[in-house]
Design a protein. Structure first.
Ligand code: TPP
Length: 647
């Protein structure tokens, strides 16, 4: 881990003395509000200058302090869901001085990571895993007779909507373990929360009758820890009181056999610590419903657009204004080209619908939601459902564009095969954030999709090299029924300022010659084709003449073009921003073997290990798919005759 060479950030009188939760537990309870202020300010100071997730961590400052104050972490296990809200946790658990390196190359990870700290009980990044993981830990503790060990899962109302969370609640309710689920309810996912559970949570939080009864109940509960051995009996009585007087069997969590407590103000730290202390004495699965506010304590975030403050980029903390990157006129982001193009296509083709699992703004579908809401579906954090729902739509002749980040599609693999591909349904998968995504790191890189999609029968697998090709692929995919069709594009900007071309059909399975050459043929798929164009300029100066072929379709491959290439060039380089094992380069080796070619092939792509975080440029370099590595590889190849393989 690198230490930040940059400035020292003010830690405040209490925070400066805290290097572990042990230190925190030495504070008086009356000092915790002051510590909350200092922790919050430390997060604001650093995230405004270094970037990262913001609103979610500010919203759980009190919760974070209260949990570490009351529970004996790391003996007691604390599992964060998604983990984007765990900055306060990182700062309190020995990573305060390294926090300015958060999300930087070789710096702290932006998410909890077991290899980083014993306090990170479970590695995260994808949502809705916390209850399953904490339940697994709690049943393991039962087996090991560690009855006193506590297990706490902190999960947002957005993450609670996923099927995985429900599966875990369903299992946990039937087990007698020390499991506390803290529902951090801020009514927001990245975009406003959606679905019936949200309505339910709002009802329960605003019901007057319920809240009056709850307040009485809490008064009694506040006494529980003083009752010693009788605590359990008394808790049961209180619980029964709440159930029978107010909730009946209608409480969702109660009906799954959880003891439900709350809703409480998740920013009242004195109350929080008291309640957590009481809940520690109550055995079995419990849920504490906390109401919090995303961005709490930073006025601009509290008043502003919570979606923007989820991960606002760099900003001036005194004015709340974004700090724009110093750039001349630059090409648009691929995601925005997708967002504009789908509206254009949907206006021409009334069967087009857009589906997103909780990434409305991240996928640039917000504009379509405003303009054509009846054909735009945010289904919540539910990738499996998004795919099968799209399949259902397709059976009725709709043309679903199911937009899922490559990394999150991993969740819905069986749905892609079983619900879409086997039935050869025309679902168009737009896979955003393909390739190395940068600062979010290993949990978020979209590097496996080529390999896991190309082995599925009926599936068309494509990737555009630039904005025009993205538009043309989207146009081609919806023009007629092709069965499942994936279009995969990267995070960030494309290469064309004039991005809005006239639509043109890209014949399925047809690649493009970018440049004819004679020394080496470089075959690219997707955005890295642009690195090849840059590399070519350098190689020309070195007297190496390459041919460059942009395959566009990884499946079906343009075999006619490949035969021509394999006959003409002895030396071939493949490049992809996907995993080397089983991806584009592998498909070229298969073609070569199937057709008895013996050309020299070198494959550039993501090696067989998990790539951590950094800028995209740093990671492209680390993986050897950047311009310089292409140049070096070509030079090396010119000097060798044997078959070489990278990775
Ligand atoms: C499987 C999966 N899908 C999508 C995401 C992207 N994502 C990150 S945070 C987030 C919202 C989470 O909302 P919530 O659980 O309510 O937490 P909050 O940010 O409101 O604290 C989403 C959709 C993800 N991390 N994992």
């Amino acid at each position: 881990m690198t230490k930040s060479k940059s400035k020292k950030y003010n830690q405040g009188p209490l925070l400066s003395k805290i290097n572990s939760p042990e230190d925190l537990r030495k504070l008086k309870r009356s000092q915790l509000p002051q510590l909350s202020k200092e922790l919050r300010q430390y997060i604001i100071d650093i995230v405004s200058e270094k970037g990262g997730h913001f609103g979610a961590s500010l919203g759980v400052v009190e919760l974070t302090i209260a949990i570490h104050y009351i529970f004996k972490t790391p003996y007691d296990q604390l599992v964060w869901d998604v983990g984007h809200q765990a900055y306060g946790h990182k700062i309190l658990t020995g990573r305060k001085d390294r926090f300015p390196t958060n999300r930087m190359y070789k710096g702290l990870s932006g998410f909890p990571k077991r290899s980083e700290s014993v306090y990170d009980a479970f590695g995260v990044g994808h949502s809705s895993t916390s209850i399953s993981a904490a339940l697994g830990m709690s049943l393991a503790s039962n087996n090991k007779k560690s009855k006193s060990k506590q297990h706490v899962a902190v999960i947002g109302d957005g993450a609670m909507t996923a099927g995985l969370s429900f599966e875990a609640l369903n299992h946990a309710g039937a087990e007698n373990t020390n499991l506390l689920v803290i529902l951090n309810d801020n009514c927001m996912s990245i975009d406003p929360a959606v679905g019936a559970l949200k309505e339910y949570l709002t009802d329960i939080s605003t019901s007057k009758v319920y809240n009056q009864a709850k307040n009485k109940a809490w008064k009694i509960l506040g006494q529980i820890s003083k009752f010693g051995p009788n605590a359990q009996k008394i808790a049961k009585k209180v619980e029964t009181g709440i159930k029978t007087t107010v909730l009946g069997s209608s409480n969702y969590f109660e009906s799954l056999n959880f003891r439900y407590f709350g809703p409480i103000d998740g920013h009242n730290i004195e109350h929080l610590t008291q309640i957590l202390k009481d809940l520690k004495e109550i055995p079995g699965p419990k849920i504490l419903h906390c109401i919090t506010e995303k961005g709490k304590g930073y006025a601009f975030a509290e008043k502003g657009d919570a979606t923007k403050w989820h991960a606002p980029g760099l900003f001036d903390k005194t004015t709340g204004k974004s700090i724009p990157l110093k750039e001349k006129e630059s090409p648009p982001k691929y995601q925005d080209v997708f967002g504009e193009t789908i509206i254009e296509l949907a206006k021409r083709n009334s069967n087009i619908v857009a589906v997103t699992p909780a990434m409305l703004s991240g996928s640039s579908l917000s504009k379509m939601m405003t303009e054509i809401p009846e054909r735009t579906f945010d289904v919540g954090i539910a990738e499996q459902h998004a795919v099968t729902f799209s399949a259902g739509m397709a059976t009725q002749g709709m043309v679903p564009f199911c937009n899922i980040y490559s990394t999150f599609l991993q969740r819905a693999y069986d749905q892609v095969i079983h619900d879409v591909a086997i039935q050869n349904l025309s679902v168009i998968f737009c896979l955003d954030r393909g390739g190395l995504v940068g600062a979010d790191g290993a949990t978020h890189h979209g590097v496996f999709d080529y390999a896991f999609l190309r082995c599925i029968p009926n599936m068309i697998v494509s990737s555009p090299m630039n904005e025009h090709e993205l538009r043309n692929l989207m146009y081609t995919a919806q023009n007629k029924s092709h069965g499942p069709f994936s279009i995969r594009y990267p995070r960030g900007k494309g290469v064309k300022i004039e991005w809005k071309n006239k639509f043109e059909e890209l014949k399925i399975g047809k690649g493009k010659k970018i440049k004819e050459g004679h020394d080496i043929a470089i075959l690219s798929i997707g955005h890295p084709g642009n690195f090849v164009i840059e590399a070519n300029e350098k190689l020309e100066k070195k007297g190496i003449n390459i041919g460059h072929y942009n395959m566009i379709y990884l499946k079906p491959l343009d075999e006619k073009l490949l035969h021509a290439i394999f006959k003409k060039y002895n030396k071939i380089i493949t490049i992809e921003d996907g995993c080397l094992k089983g991806g584009f380069g592998s498909s070229i080796l298969e073609f070569m073997s199937d057709n008895n070619y013996t050309n020299q092939v070198s494959r550039l792509g993501i090696p067989d290990n998990f790539i951590h975080h950094g800028t995209q440029e740093e990671l492209w370099k680390e993986c050897g798919i950047d311009v310089n590595t292409i140049v070096k590889n070509a030079e090396k190849m010119m000097n060798t005759n044997s078959i070489s393989k990278a990775g």
